[in-house]
Design a protein around this ligand. Sequence first.
Ligand SMILES: CC(C)(COP(=O)(O)OP(=O)(O)OC[C@H]1O[C@@H](n2cnc3c(N)ncnc32)[C@H](O)[C@@H]1OP(=O)(O)O)[C@@H](O)C(=O)NCCC(=O)NCCS
Length: 209
Amino acid sequence: MLGQPSFELNDTSEQALQWAVKNRGHHTVRVDPLACTRALHAHGFYYCDTLVEPYCQAAWFIEHPHPAVALHASPALAELEAIASGAFVHGRFHRDPHVPREQAEQRYRQWLEQLHAAGQVWGISMQQQVQGFVAFEGNQLVLHALAEGARGRGWAKYFWSPLCRLLFEQGHTELRSSISASNLAVLNLYASLGFKFRHAQDIYHRLSP
Ligand SMILES: CC(C)(COP(=O)(O)OP(=O)(O)OC[C@H]1O[C@@H](n2cnc3c(N)ncnc32)[C@H](O)[C@@H]1OP(=O)(O)O)[C@@H](O)C(=O)NCCC(=O)NCCS
């Protein structure tokens, strides 16, 4: 997806780190924020991001209904791509100084295309104009954005509310997502919907030439 092989290590053992050093490509490893990272640094890994998991049980959900907001089961991919273009600047690949911006964009484009092809993206409109989307896998909200012109107005909670309601109505007892701790707009969005946060993970990358 990044124009080169990309790998995610399951552990930070000496053997795994050596493997990353020897194998060409982009390597990711997730670690507890309090873990010792001396070996990671010694093997050329660098810090990229801290992820946290917003989660919400049905009883905690704070709904913010809005009469002009509606869900669309089959949004056009072109509309979603226009919303997504340049949106994911908090993503770990955008923040990785060794990944060219175009490759980071391409990675999100391909992921969105896959989710759209699998029928896993809801478009969300205000006054019948699609201005946002949420892609999901089961009970997980995996990728989401509002159109640039709709951001920063306090509207996001209205856009997310019908989708959260739908997922709970479908029988999910808990909703989850994964966000960058640096993305305060999405963090406060989830807080305003009643989500709590857990499982902080530091993300380290290594580019092996
Ligand atoms: C994440 C996103 C959907 C949030 O929508 P938004 O329109 O920017 O957010 P809102 O204006 O509705 O604000 C949401 C909450 O965060 C707060 N907030 C917004 N920007 C903030 C900032 N820079 N710092 C701190 N708080 C902020 C708002 O006060 C609001 O809280 P409230 O509802 O309690 O008042 C939007 O920013 C977006 O599409 N970003 C690009 C894609 C992205 O980052 N997606 C998430 C990762 S997949």
